[in-house]
Design a protein around this ligand. Structure first.
Ligand SMILES: [Zn+2]
Length: 86
């Protein structure tokens, strides 16, 4: 069974879609049980999206990144948008 530590180790491959089927299943099972990792993955997705939106792939200032992430999260936590897009 996957541990939180293992999931963190797999997380970047997960977001890049580079996991094997077996790994994906293990990750999903873990996410189904573990709210911490669900939150972690969601956070990671948000930050990945934010980073992609930045021009030139420069490493952003941490400050800028955090602020952008907070803005994204606020938008994501508004009840209407998260469900209707599915
Ligand atoms: Zn976990």
């Amino acid at each position: 069974m996957l541990k939180c530590k293992d999931l963190v180790a797999l997380s970047s491959d997960l977001l890049d879609g580079e996991l094997t089927l077996k790994q994906r299943i293990a990750v999903r099972m873990h996410l189904a049980m573990c709210v911490h990792c669900r939150r972690f993955i969601r956070q990671l997705r948000v930050s990945q999206r934010v980073i992609r939106q930045l021009p030139d792939q420069q490493a952003p200032e941490l400050d800028t990144l955090l602020r952008a992430m907070q803005a994204q999260q606020q938008r994501a936590s508004e009840p209407d948008q998260s469900d209707s897009s599915k």
